[in-house]
Design a protein around this ligand. Sequence first.
Ligand SMILES: *Cc1c(COP(=O)(O)O)cnc(C)c1O
Length: 391
Amino acid sequence: MNNPIPYGRQHITEEDIAAVADVLRGPMLTQGPTIGAFEKAFAAYIGAPYAVAVSNGTAALHLCAMVLGVGPGSRVITTPITFSASANCVRYCGGEVHFADIDPDTILLDVDAVRRLIESKPRGYFAGIIPVDFAGYPVDFAQFRALADEHGLWLLEDSCHAPGGSFVDAQGRTHRCGDSSLADLAIFSFHPVKHIACGEGGMITARTEAHYNHLMRLRTHGITNKPGDFTPPYDGEPERGGWYMQLQELGYNYRLTDMQAALGLSQLNRADQMLARRRAIAARYDAAFAGTPVQIIVPPAGVGHAYHLYVVQVDDRKGLYDALRAKNIFAQVHYIPVHTMPYYQQQGNVPGSMPHAERYYSRCLSLPMYPTLTDDEQQFVIDAVLDFTGA
Ligand SMILES: *Cc1c(COP(=O)(O)O)cnc(C)c1O
């Protein structure tokens, strides 16, 4: 039997291992210089003014929801086709999650469905929108920005699937996923199946210094030790020594370690090369499935897909899943629509309310997509899929 072929996996080189070992031999395991170096390099890669490293993508979402002011009574719109953390971050802060349906051509949150939802309620009803660059297909944030500005909403981009992705707006300007040129904040994950693996890890990219400073404080308990940031009223420290710091608001310990940052930084050096390999794998799948019953998503010109996932849609999804599994190919389903999860049904959502998302879910399967997938392995996957579908 062939080796198992997963849907995604990390790629660790000797350079990556050496980078982590260097940190272990050094003086600081957490909050040392590697964190700042990783943040700087990541911000440059994405094209964002600021980046804040955190312990995982979910922590990144949580801190963004805090900074954007989500609290009890806040209503936030997101997509049902995402990892549940995109919605959960609103609940952590006591807000309400509202779902709008997807566009069946892109599988992304449908801006027209969001507009209809917003316009069905009084002005001021919703606080913000969390679109997701699902599978690595970039959301057109120019459209969402226009809608958000019209209604006074904030935008948080869940870009976990799309570092390196981009789209071209109607004026011909290129926007990179998560660059915060149109969204207020964006987040990334460094879970091993994502483009860059830290084991666990996350990043927030921000446009304003105010957001950056706030996020830096929140990721470390809400504490600051910068004299310029100290606030009254406590004045019993007439001669503040070097030990002095202030807990200014309730934050968390959401820090990344220097070992993880070293791994991320080392992987970031190969990001362009890995993205090119993902795109080459996608192009080969596209060519193999064109004109067959295997439905694929081919983005139009100007859309720089980042291919975290390669999703196909077929009528007998369970059959295909089982047939691949019998050949040691571990395809996966992304995602069970979040609004149908028992927890979100308890919050008042009902199955049947998002027909495009639910139909997509009934037919979708993510095929193996990772830079070290070999040509032979990919051909084996292609043959297995085409055998099953009888093409
Ligand atoms: C992976 C992922 C997250 C969460 O990231 P973690 O680092 O696993 O916490 C959030 N949103 C999306 C779309 C993801 O794929």
